[in-house]
Ligand binder design. Sequence first.
Ligand SMILES: Nc1ncnc2c1ncn2[C@@H]1O[C@H](COP(=O)(O)OP(=O)(O)O)[C@@H](O)[C@H]1O
Ligand SMILES: Cc1ncc(COP(=O)(O)OP(=O)(O)O)c(N)n1
Length: 433
Amino acid sequence: MNILSIGGSDPSSGAGIQSDIRMFSALNTYTLTVITAITSQNTSNFGIVEPVSSKMLKKQLESLFLDFKIDGIKIGMVYNSKIIKVIYQQLNKLKIPIVVDPVIKSTTGGKLLEINAVKDFKKYIIPLATVITPNKDEAEFLSKTKISRKNTPKIIAKKIQDMGAKNVVITGIEGRNNKISDFVLEKNTKYVISGEKISKINHGSGCNHSAAIVYSLAKKKSIKESLYFARKFTYDSIKNAKKIGKGVLITDIQSEDKIKEDLSNAINRFTEIKGIYKNIPECQTNFVFSKQKPKSTKDVLGISGRIVKAEKRVIVAGELKYGGSKHVATALLSMNKKYPQICSAINLKYQKTTISKIKKSKLIVGSYDRSLEPKDVKIKGSTIKWGINFAIKNSKNIPDVIYHKGDFGKEPMIIVFGKTPENVLKKILKITG
Ligand SMILES: Nc1ncnc2c1ncn2[C@@H]1O[C@H](COP(=O)(O)OP(=O)(O)O)[C@@H](O)[C@H]1O
Ligand SMILES: Cc1ncc(COP(=O)(O)OP(=O)(O)O)c(N)n1
């Protein structure tokens, strides 16, 4: 799939064209780009803007339209009237989804749309939009109306829809109980998408949101499905935002490929630890790594077979697959529910020597006694969940390791937890060998 991003260059790659390339790549989508303006900005300050000429803009667009099948277009920073008019001339006959992110001011205070271009923005760019995604301030600015009890988000969204956008999403409306909501006016239907507000000031969430919407629309999903997808995608990107520069955080997506790469590297290194075969239990070992906010074992990457003992070596039997692990993944899900930063785990053979090494190292250890398992837990088969929750409850801090000594016919086990497979590996190195 090919998606075209039309917008400004942000050298810090936190927003604009460079951010879109990162996001579409994380979604395994080829990004075509047309630059409207070059900006100088970083995570703290906004410098200057140099718009490209109309001729340059037109040539960029023509060169792409002549060569590629384009499945969707995202429009970000357009800056001035000349740019706006060229975009309109080139795009107004297209029949593919177009998402407009009306960027007016950057988080760092930079001007992304000239004030004397606002009229043309409304006249030419807004009517191109299959979906337009103003944040609350942008919606108030475009509609010239402050959101209030009288002037509800619906009234404001309708004003923007009347300018020609087919569907309007007003993002980032803050509510009570740490909630943040997006108000949607889809043709004649209205609804609200609400969720938890992450307390991070970030660069790029709006760009990611509109990028994810166009990606999903280009995959022929409905407006509603696309908005829910984009909301989750953006939430993950904010959750995973990193302090790369000195100022605001830069949003990022932990791509599935990166999860695979990290887990695969850690598994390879695990198999090379001297004498590690002594730590493989009878039921063998699995090593898992989850996506952010995993909901079920389907969001946890693990080995579809196991890491097995072959005399004095260990070998990986099976492939990395989401849903590949049941037991270790279930233990991780219980831990992650309480401590969302914990996304990786491995199970090892229970040995008294390992437990005493764990106790000597500074790792935090929790345990549970399977003979205390309530009957209904046994019947429901939710032993692991019960055990991990029991150990968490009885530990003041996040346990690095949880073990149980088994029960009649049940093998004792140690599970090592960490934020990443690399983090788990570091803990294993402290307690094995
Ligand atoms: N702090 C936050 N926590 C969770 N979601 C957020 C947060 N800030 C914005 N969002 C969501 O991210 C998406 C992009 O919105 P927003 O960041 O408001 O756009 P913009 O960058 O244009 O201001 C929306 O779905 C919005 O609700
Ligand atoms: C070139 C460029 N385009 C867009 C923006 C807006 O980024 P930001 O201020 O972080 O806002 P959101 O991406 O979160 O809407 C920019 N700064 N530069």
